[in-house]
Design a binder for this molecule. Structure first.
Ligand SMILES: Cc1ncc(COP(=O)(O)O)c(C=O)c1O
Ligand SMILES: [Zn+2]
Length: 365
C-alpha cells in the first residue's frame, strides 16, 4: 500500500489523507509500490501514463491527463561530443512540469479537492492551472511580479486566479503558504505527488535506451523537482531490477542564485544564507529550496555533482540552440550551458549522457 512518511519525525499517514505536510511541519515523502511490465507498457499509448503500475493514483477514473510525455530523446552535439537531449519543452503547457502536475492534480481529484493554491516562478503555475482546468478544479496561482508576461497570460488563459506578488520568489512562496492555511496546497516543492510525476522522466529515458540506465543525467536544479524525480524514478527501476546501476545526477544552477552549488562545494549537508543576484534563468532562481538536504544527498550518493553557470554562458547556449532549430527559454539554456561545462571538464568517452530542454522559448519572448 502507498503511504505518506515524514522526513523529520517517525509519523506516517495513509494516502487517503488530504495533507501536504506532517503535523510537525516536516516535508512528506510518498512510499509507493511500483511494478514494470514491459509487454503491457509497450502496448499502451506513448505517454507518461504507460507506466500506470508505478503511478500512485488508485483509480483510472481519477487520472487527469492531456496525453503528455514520452518526449523525444534526440541526439545533440555539444563541445564536439555526442550526447542525448530529452525534449521536455514539447509538453502541452511547454514545460516538463506537466509530468508533476498531471499526477498531483489526479491525486487532488481522487481526494475530492475542489480548490487548490500553488506558487511558482511561472511554469509550474502554468502546468497546475492547465491540469486544474482539465479536471474542473478551481485554482489560484501566486507568482513573483517579475514573471515573464507569456507565463502570466498562459496561467490566466486556463481560467486560474492569478496573484502577482512584489518582492522575491520567497515572498511569493510565503503568500501561497498563507492561502494554503485554508486550501489544498498543490505545491510542486512540498507535495510528494508532484515528484511521482516527474519520475516518469527517468522511466522514459530507460525505455528509450532499451531499458538501460544512462551513465549521467544533467538537469536544472532550483527546487529540484526534476532532479529528485530522477532520483526516485531510477531508484524504483533499480529496486525492480529493471536497471543495474544508478546514473550520476548532475544539477545545474545559475551563478546568481546557486545555494545548492555552494553547499555541494563546501561539503555541507544543507544550504547556508547567501546574497542573491539577478539571473536570466528565472526558473531555477530559488534561494531557499525546501528539499535542499534531499537534493544534496541524492547528488552525492549518485556520485554526481552540482555546477553553476554564468548568464553570459546561458545566453550563448540559448542562441546556439536556436541556430540549430531548438527554441528554448533561458532557464532551459542554463542546463545546456551546464552540460557544456560538464563535458569540458570530465572524461566522457563511452559515457551515455542525457540532458534536457525543460521549457519552451515561446514562454519568454
Ligand atoms: C524551464 C524550467 N526548467 C527548470 C526548472 C527547475 O525546476 P526546479 O525548481 O523544480 O528544480 C524550472 C522551474 O520552474 C523551469 O521552469
Ligand atoms: Zn513529522
Amino acid at each position: 500500500m502507498n503511504h505518506l512518511v515524514c522526513t523529520q519525525c517517525p509519523a506516517g499517514f495513509p494516502d487517503t489523507d488530504v495533507r501536504w505536510r506532517c503535523e510537525c511541519g516536516g516535508l512528506l515523502d510518498l512510499e509507493c509500490e511500483t511494478h514494470f511490465d514491459f509487454d503491457q507498457i509497450a502496448r499502451r499509448p506513448a505517454d507518461m501514463w504507460r507506466y500506470r503500475e508505478a503511478i500512485p493514483i488508485r483509480s483510472d477514473k481519477n487520472s487527469v491527463s492531456l496525453e503528455e510525455g514520452f518526449t523525444p530523446l534526440s541526439s545533440l552535439k555539444l563541445e564536439g561530443k555526442d550526447i542525448l537531449v530529452k525534449q521536455d519543452h514539447l509538453f502541452p503547457t511547454g514545460s516538463y512540469k506537466d509530468r508533476g502536475a498531471s499526477v498531483l492534480i489526479s491525486k487532488a481529484k481522487e481526494l475530492g479537492v475542489d480548490y487548490v493554491v500553488e506558487d511558482s516562478s511561472g511554469n509550474a503555475g502554468c502546468a497546475i492551472a492547465a491540469y486544474c482546468a482539465s479536471a474542473g478544479i478551481e485554482c489560484e496561482i501566486f507568482v513573483p511580479e517579475s514573471t515573464s508576461p507569456a507565463k502570466l497570460n498562459q496561467i490566466k488563459s486556463y481560467g486560474a486566479r492569478l496573484n502577482r506578488v512584489p518582492g522575491t520568489r520567497e515572498d511569493t512562496a510565503n503568500a501561497a503558504m498563507e492561502a494554503a492555511q485554508s486550501h489544498f496546497y498543490a505545491s510542486h516543492s512540498w507535495n510528494p505527488y508532484f515528484f511521482h510525476g516527474t519520475k516518469t522522466f527517468a522511466f522514459e529515458i530507460c525505455e528509450q535506451l532499451g531499458w538501460q540506465a544512462p551513465d549521467t543525467v544533467i538537469v536544472p536544479v532550483g527546487n529540484g523537482t526534476l532532479l529528485l524525480g530522477c532520483e526516485i524514478g531510477f531508484r524504483e527501476l533499480l529496486a525492480d531490477q529493471v536497471i543495474e546501476k544508478m546514473p550520476r545526477l548532475v544539477g545545474i544552477q545559475a551563478s546568481g542564485c546557486a545555494p545548492l552549488f555552494h553547499a555541494f562545494q563546501s561539503g555541507a549537508e544543507d544550504i547556508a544564507e547567501f546574497e542573491r543576484q539577478d539571473t536570466k534563468a528565472e526558473g531555477i532562481a530559488i534561494a531557499q529550496p525546501v528539499r535542499a538536504k534531499q537534493i544534496l544527498a541524492a547528488v552525492r550518493s549518485s556520485g554526481g555533482t552540482i555546477l553553476a553557470v554564468e548568464d553570459s554562458d546561458t545566453l550563448s547556449a540559448l542562441k546556439d540552440m536556436a541556430l540549430i532549430g531548438h527554441y528554448i527559454e533561458p532557464t532551459s539554456a542554463a542546463t545546456i550551458a551546464g552540460a557544456r561545462k560538464y563535458l569540458g571538464c570530465n572524461q566522457t568517452s563511452g559515457e551515455t549522457i542525457v540532458t534536457t530542454f525543460t521549457g519552451h522559448g515561446l514562454k519568454y519572448t
